[in-house]
Design a protein around this ligand. Structure first.
Ligand code: NAD
Length: 287
């Protein structure tokens, strides 16, 4: 067996086209373009690439992007001042603070400082809580994007055994909540899990977000399973790899995402969708 590839680039491109059409229609009706404020602190090269991709996506769909590039000496108080200004600016719909943040800034406090209705990353405890109680609004971009990728396979998710590897607040936990919402029976694995191989081997859907190249052995994959690889790992030769042994896993799986070209583009496209959603939700709460 050789798995079908879930092509995140193609699915993301379709989503961006649809968002552009919706935004064009709204502008033709006299509404303003959605606006995303992107805050980048310091010179981390990977963060700079992620932010550039997000700004390019904004340009593509017609979202106004405001760039705040701050030095890595920025204090928590200075960042709060900027976030508070953006929170109260009616022309700003979404606020994104690119992680990682310098050591002097507490990321948890910053996330809680962003107004939940502008939290287009879907990281605020309010938005994670809404997902937990089955009333999602702004959903964490990577997990939400993965649900769209799973929908593209047209596989019925109800009742499937899903195993999520990695339980971070931004990725693994909201991923588990998304799969639970979709009706899967969800198991969460993490660095203290006793038998990762056995858990992965019984999964109909494996989602890995550990950030460890080669962690998920290809031969663990159940025949026909769906394999979603969130991990982005830079190898010694400079190339990118996911968490899954792709070539061997592909021979076992029914569907699999590549790295790069899998989950990454969906994360960016879903951020664009969240920014438009944030604008429309705020409009309806104001009117
Ligand atoms: P993190 O370091 O915060 O969390 C890693 C998780 O993996 C932890 O819960 C940890 O318990 C678990 N883990 C680590 N080693 C393990 C092991 N040996 N066995 C089982 N579990 C183990 O990382 P994160 O922010 O959640 O990101 C995870 C990966 O996803 C990274 O590679 C990151 O770059 C990538 N990522 C990709 C996208 C995308 O759009 N493609 C978005 C966000 C994150």
């Amino acid at each position: 067996m050789s798995a079908q590839i879930i092509n995140g680039k193609v699915i993301a491109e379709e989503l961006l086209l649809s968002l552009k059409a919706q935004i064009d229609t709204r502008i033709a009706q006299g509404k303003r373009a959605p606006c995303l404020a992107v805050i980048l602190i310091g010179e981390d090269p990977a963060s700079a690439i992620y932010v550039r991709n997000k700004r390019l996506a904004c340009d593509k769909v017609g979202i106004t992007s405001l760039a705040y590039n701050l030095p890595d000496t920025t204090t928590e108080a200075e960042l709060f001042t900027l976030i508070n200004k953006l929170n109260t600016d009616d022309t700003v719909d979404g606020i994104l603070v690119q992680s990682p943040l310098p050591a002097q800034i507490d990321e948890k406090l910053i996330i809680e400082g962003i107004s939940p209705d502008k939290d287009v990353d879907g990281f605020h405890p309010y938005n994670i809580g809404r997902l937990a109680v089955r009333q999602p609004t702004l959903r964490s971009c990577t997990p939400f994007g993965i649900i769209k990728m799973l929908e593209a396979t047209k596989i019925e998710l109800l009742g499937l055994d899903a195993v999520v590897v990695g339980v971070s607040n931004h990725v693994g936990r909201p991923m588990a909540l998304e799969l639970l919402l979709a009706g899967c029976t969800v198991t969460c694995c993490h660095r203290h899990t006793k038998d990762l191989a056995a858990n992965v081997a019984r999964a109909d859907i494996v989602v890995s977000a550990a950030g460890k190249a080669g962690l998920i052995k290809g031969e663990w994959i159940k025949p026909g399973a769906v394999v979603i690889d969130i991990g982005i790992n830079r190898l010694a030769d400079g190339s990118l790899s996911g968490d899954v042994e792709f070539a061997i896993a592909k021979a076992h799986a029914g569907w699999i995402t590549p790295v790069p070209g899998g989950v990454g583009p969906m994360t960016v496209a879903t951020l664009m969708e969240n920014t438009l959603l944030a604008q429309t939700l705020r409009e309806s709460s104001i009117s």
